[in-house]
Design a protein around this ligand. Sequence first.
Ligand code: PRX
Length: 656
Amino acid sequence: MSSQIDHLLNENREFPPSPEFAAHAVAKPEIYERAAADPEAFWAEQSRELLTWAKPFTEVLDWSNPPFAKWFADGELNLAYNCLDRHVEAGNGDRVAFHFEGEPGDTRTVTYSDLTDEVKRLANVLEGLGIGKGDRVALYLPMIPEAVAAMLAVVRIGAIHSVVFGGFSADSLRARIDDAGAKLVITADGGWRKGKVSPLKPAVDQALADRDGKGVQATVENVLVVRRGENDVDWIEGRDVWYHDVVPQASAEHEAQAFPAESPAFILYTSGTTGNPKGILHTSGGYLTQAAFTHRNVFDLHPESDVYWCTADIGWITGHSYAVYGPLANGATQVLYEGTPEFPKPGRWWDVIEKYGVTIFYTAPTAIRGFMKQGREIPQARDLSSLRVLGSVGEPINPEAWMWYRDVVGAGTAPIVDTWWQTETGAIMISPLPGITAAKPGSAQVPLPGISATVVDEQGTPVDNDNGGLLVVTKPWPSMLRGIWGDPERFVDTYWKMFADKGFYFAGDGARLDEDGDVWLLGRVDDVMNVSGHRLSTAEIESSLVAHEATAEAAVVGASDETTGQAVVAFVILKESFLRENSAAGLADELRKWVGTQIGPIARPRDVYVVSELPKTRSGKIMRRLLRDVAEGREVGDTQTLADTAVMSVISAQVK
Ligand code: PRX
């Protein structure tokens, strides 16, 4: 980490916006002063301008019971109406909402009229299946237009969606379905990935079966299945319903009812520092306000002419806020691509950009580093001249990757916005504004207008410029999480306890302010890893490892990795009883696969080391810092606080 910091501190390049870009930019410099003068008035103004309220709000922020915030509480709106109907009513029904490109090469053009029609039909189907206000619906789908329609149909009728990333296992899906008490699951037979159909319905079937002894009441009444992969699937009559049997036949008349601004819109599970994922809860009016505001201003969206592509899967918050809610609220034209960047060969993403004339591109540093490895000839063989704004999200972007992104993808001219935010913040919080900020490679730079965030020491005192500490948000913001589903105490403890006397939100990230006061993110300070921009918890992977019959103890760390940012590295101690009857040969590999099946392939450790001991303090706490040193091939740091100081040399010898 320290070499990384030194490296960042030597980074002093700056790229101001071109006068031409600035002249046409959505955001003008005065926006910062206007927001700072009265943040609540600023958000109220943005909300009125960007959204259509069925019942206008008169209150802006209610912070009388912190940390439980209410925004625009007496107003009423419908999220789907804001993303769809109103654009059609305004005469933009023929505008393309999505250029869909399937991985096998099939395409569909979905206009705002088409999508509105589909969502209305689906809303009628959902109501027919007994889904109503406040019910939870789990979505387990590939990146196809039906996935977007499903999210919007759920919120249209006041129900709550919980999208589960299609790469998660049946067990992970089951845990999320149960925690939310979902009544319906919407899935597909399968989706296309790397040239093959990756089945989805079998995982749903498995998640809903074998419940005996698990101590949970099965809440799911129906499974609605989109046909996409055309793979064979099992069918439970009475429970399972084909999407194509009911949606096209349903009525396309559906009036969007308005719901109070604080009505829950969705739950999205994310990893924390314990074994159980947290169901982050977002509500309606504040969420959509900030999603729309940030999408418009950070990406400089001109909806009449731009073609925008966010590569995130809808299973993550980026897919929610920047492939669905923000862009659709703004009437944007988007690309939706189903598959992987390498299929059928490296360069597919650049082909997609060229084909649809993408102007705004939003992706993750991991992807950029992957492309760097493949070589600049691949993007350079395509015409990428349509690109005018580039975004980055999910993890710190190193200056080399930033420069490559700018030079090779953005022709040395397209501004890059490095956007810092989280599942919990709901929308972008810290980012340059492309027509205003002089960009610095590797820095997320400045809190957006209306956002108050800073870097503090452990007592909560703001650090001076040129110093590091912990990133906090000091004032409530419209798209902030409203809680953890079913666990208000965990919500308070996780985010608000650390700086309770100050009322700051603790983000879990370390950061530094440079001499100009710009923010440089330095990664998580807790036991959360960030692998390819995906959040994973060390505790969750450890509990999966010890669930294997061979494992007595496990410790997991995130070690830096050239491509994925961090990689999962596990140290395990095997049970003596197991070793008496079995050999340890091949176990490391088996344990890697085990985690992949238990949680999902993204959680599969890069390395599993079988060791005889783990480094522990006298109070029994595992010292992950030392294991990280081993995993990253560094000299092991200070071992004084260990109960047994010799243990690290034993471990180092065992991993060689
Ligand atoms: O550590 C930060 C990192 O990703 C975490 C949030 O993960 P998640 O909730 O999965 O949301 C990812 C997409 C918004 C943060 O705590 N992170 C996110 N964006 C950046 C980042 N780290 C550095 N720079 C960023 N731009």
